[in-house]
Design a protein around this ligand. Sequence first.
Ligand code: FAD
Length: 486
Amino acid sequence: ADQYPYLKRDQSFKKLTDGDLDYFKSVVGLSGVSQDEEDLEVFNIDWMQKYRGQSKLVLKPSTTEQVSKILKYCNDNKLAVVPQGGNTGLVGGGVPVFDEIIISTANMSSVRSFDPVSGALVCDAGCILEVLDNYLAEQGYIMPLDLGAKGSCHIGGNVATNAGGLRLLRYGSLHGTVLGLEVVMPDGTILDNLSTLRKDNTGYDLKQLFIGSEGTLGIITGVSILAPKRSKAVNVALLGVSSFDQVQAAFKRSKDELSEILSAFEFFDRASIDLVKQHLVAGKNDPLESPHPFYVLIETSGSNKDHDDEKLNSYLEGLLTDDIVQDGVVAQDTTQFKNLWAIREGIPEACSKTGSVYKYDLSIPVPVFYQMVEDMRARLEKEGVLGEDKNVRSVVGFGHIGDGNLHLNIAAKSYSDEVANIIEPYVFEWTAKHAGSISSEHGLGLFKAPHVHYSKSPSMLALMRRIKDMLDPNGIMNPYKYLPTE
Ligand code: FAD
């Protein structure tokens, strides 16, 4: 409890009793209940090891009906719960704050159906993203989203956080690709909306409320999602660039010249690659001959390799001739393809290896995108906390340029109030001043609940609160998170 001095456990929530445990065991069986302290550890601590709860119970239902019975019981008895998928979230949303019961989707991992004509996939919420992608690969399809945490995160967690990731530029957000959801409401009602239709204008589009609701309104138990065809020809190129202006110029030109085959446009700075080289095997050697201040990773996906190669080569030649990029490499085989992506995808992990990482996931207008990183570096230096022998070791910028999404990571030896107070609320004020969003794709969780007013007006916050109160009148769903505590 001392970890969050600004928060108090809501004493109206009941504490777990032996009678409650007996009931849960009767619903999910002994194998669906974890009480062992060591087993609980991984569920109580988040991926960054920044947030730690004290739950005494993890429930792992294997059917929607079991989830329904659990939630109804918890709602009737005012037991607070936290839904958890792969526990890869980056804002402290998936772990308990105090003694909330963890409801894990780990045992709900079956594909329910796949239509090879439309590409509609219907599956349990606990399916791991990478497992789904491999399943679809066999059918010639691909998941419309991809992220560095794909080996652990669950599709239900992805939907609950409205995860963006590496393919959003091409396939759009989950608000467009999710066709339907099955959700268990706090009172146990099963909202059956597992539609596979692309078009359905028969009333309010209720599923949208749950996409990005971070476990505060109900538990997603099933997902229907539209999978695109897997492209036959995929290319990846890594470019070395000398200024951020040139990164923007390369992006602008990619939209003109690569247009329909462009499937990712990612960027990272030198500090990012230095951390990857320092901490991860994948990045041991510099991918380009000499170091550059900025790197751009471009992926193209199309149906005709010759056509795509020709387009990409002509685009790259133009960039070199016009001195927009200084160097570049195109992956020649699957290994190189994976290695180039591994550098980009390895950045979050490399940052966390320094010890502790302050993570900010911001939507910022692209022209001032990198100024945020430079301003933050200058601020931390001026305050005397950034340097080789200081707490903060590195300030890195990377992200999805194509989506205007900057990941600002501040890698430190350990978390400290001194550093946190230098960064916040400055980072949020800066973002609000530039009409950005303080959470581009990671969500609000525990971390950003008190700061949401930087991106949402009082009237919008009031409506969000009314929706929460209406759907979860007892407030048992993922308390203390998402909305500012009153
Ligand atoms: P969890 O962490 O378990 O939970 C996240 C939130 O969703 C919590 O609030 C939880 O209560 C809720 N929740 C989980 N399951 C359910 C459910 N079934 N019903 C209702 N609520 C539920 N995110 C991006 O958007 N883009 C990226 O590129 C990206 N890259 C990442 C790279 C790494 C290395 C890591 C560690 C994370 C990255 N993330 C990224 C963060 C991202 O939000 C999560 O990885 C993912 O979407 C969360 O899924 P999860 O199953 O792990 O959910």
